[in-house]
Design a binder for this molecule. Structure first.
Ligand code: UD1
Length: 417
């Protein structure tokens, strides 16, 4: 298995272009199946998760081609399949985002049930409840979620503003008869991006980005060219990287508004930030104040930047607390950070972090994507060499990882075992 070896102590400096958002590209790719003809997506990150979604679309009958580094063509001609293959679906939780598009377009879908994962159990009950409310006959058996039947518009209240359930039900409602209202919908920027894409194709979706999304059913969609929004989580990871190394980094291709909760916390601990329309300058310091963070659905602090912040706060002057409200197992990375000298006590959904003066290089293991990012960040700030294995998680979600970080002066080597 491959690993990264990070030489600590280098201050990051320079400019980096943030890639397209993984969490916007994946649902948008799924939605491209809802039309006929060629959809061209720009600013798509070439990462393992996106390539895997491409293979799933191909298994359903689409032709998926990279036109250049970040431009993806998805061609749909004629009939598409209704079932996702287990061998691919098991690699990518976001394969569950085909449930809505297929159920809406074909009136049937058989999706491999995504399992739990290391960060939490991640059930599908809200997706299923919503589709049932729209008239589908939904069963779960033999590891499959099967939905059958023509969908009709309905008022649906989500018990929790789940990103995936909002996306699936929004896509399902596009071809449903009549009007659908999603109440207590998730408000993440990736949902707005998906709605903008669907609307560009001819859907009638209003209110994405608020907690009430209204969808009026349409008969068909037309293919379009569309550019995916920048990845706020990758941007946030670079921002924390600049901070933790005491460096100075300019991030380009960012939407600072999407980073408001992170920017607020970074300012609070003492990071210097200058926001421009589509860029962000981050200036680090030698010492940071502690802070408390609660992860929440957007516009609250994103759970996906919780592990990277854990690494930063591990070096703050004083005691911080992080409460994780989205996933039950997202503090596994604390054990790995402790191997590097961090002082973190986890109690249930809370972590108490007593800042230390210095982290030290150690051998560690990434247990999930964002844990991997946190360990790289800690490695950059640590004294000596750190080894991070389990880096297939990092490949899933960060484009050109090693090249981008090294272009800022990091010293990260990839070693293939
Ligand atoms: C998406 C993101 C992921 C991010 C998460 C929360 C993608 C591809 N992934 O994941 O990076 O960490 O949002 O911001 O966009 N839940 C239920 N029942 C359901 C659905 C969800 O209980 O039917 C719970 C989950 O277990 C979790 C919480 O709701 O505790 C949030 O999950 P959700 O917003 O659905 O996350 P994803 O869409 O899977």
């Amino acid at each position: 298995m491959a690993k990264y070896v990070v030489t600590g102590g280098k201050k990051l400096a320079g400019t980096v272009r943030v890639s397209g958002a993984k969490n916007a590209a994946l649902p948008i790719m799924a939605a491209a199946l809802m039309t006929e003809g060629e959809t061209i997506l720009e600013n798509v990150p070439n990462i393992a998760d996106v390539r895997c979604m491409g293979r799933i679309l191909e298994s359903l009958g689409a032709v998926v081609t990279w036109l250049d580094a970040n431009r993806l063509s998805i061609k749909v001609n004629g009939k598409i399949g209704s079932g996702t293959p287990y061998n691919l679906a098991k690699k990518l939780r976001a394969s569950n985002l085909l449930l809505g598009p297929l159920a809406g377009k074909l009136g049937r879908a058989e999706i491999s049930m995504p399992g739990g994962c290391l960060i939490g159990s991640r059930p599908m009950d809200l997706h299923i409840k919503g589709l049932k409310a729209m008239g589908a006959d939904v069963t779960t058996e033999h590891g499959l979620i099967k939905a059958k039947g023509k969908l009709q518009g309905e008022k649906i209240y989500l018990d929790f503003p789940s990103v995936g359930a909002t996306e699936n039900l929004m896509m399902a409602a596009v071809f449903a008869s009549g009007r659908t209202e999603l109440e207590n919908a998730a408000k993440e920027p990736e949902i707005v991006d998906l709605a903008n894409f669907l609307n560009a194709m001819g859907a009638q979706i209003r209110g994405a980005g608020t907690d009430l999304i209204r969808i009026k059913g349409v008969k068909e969609l037309r293919p379009v060219n569309y550019s995916v929004i920048p990845d706020r989580i990758e941007a946030g990871t670079f921002a924390i990287g600049a901070a933790i190394t005491g460096g100075k980094v300019r991030l380009e291709n960012v939407i600072p508004m999407h980073l408001v909760p992170l920017i607020a916390k970074l300012k609070e601990v003492g990071v210097h930030l200058i926001q421009e329309e589509d860029a962000l300058e981050v200036g680090g310091k030698e010492e940071y104040a502690p802070t408390d963070i609660k992860t929440m659905p957007y516009p609250g602090f994103p759970t996906d930047l919780q592990s990277p912040m854990l690494a930063l706060l591990a070096k703050a002057k004083g005691t911080s607390m992080i409460v994780e409200n989205i996933y039950e197992n997202r503090f596994r990375v604390a054990g790995e950070l402790k191997r590097m000298g961090a002082n973190i006590r986890v109690e249930g959904q809370a972590a108490v972090i007593v800042g230390v003066d210095q982290l030290y290089g150690a051998q560690t293991k990434a247990t999930d994507l964002r844990a991997g990012a946190a360990l790289i960040l800690a490695g950059l700030a640590a004294e000596g060499l750190s080894e991070i294995c389990g880096i297939e998680h990092i490949d899933r979600g960060y484009e050109g990882f090693q090249a981008k970080w090294n272009s800022l002066g990091a010293e990260i080597k990839r070693i293939e075992d």
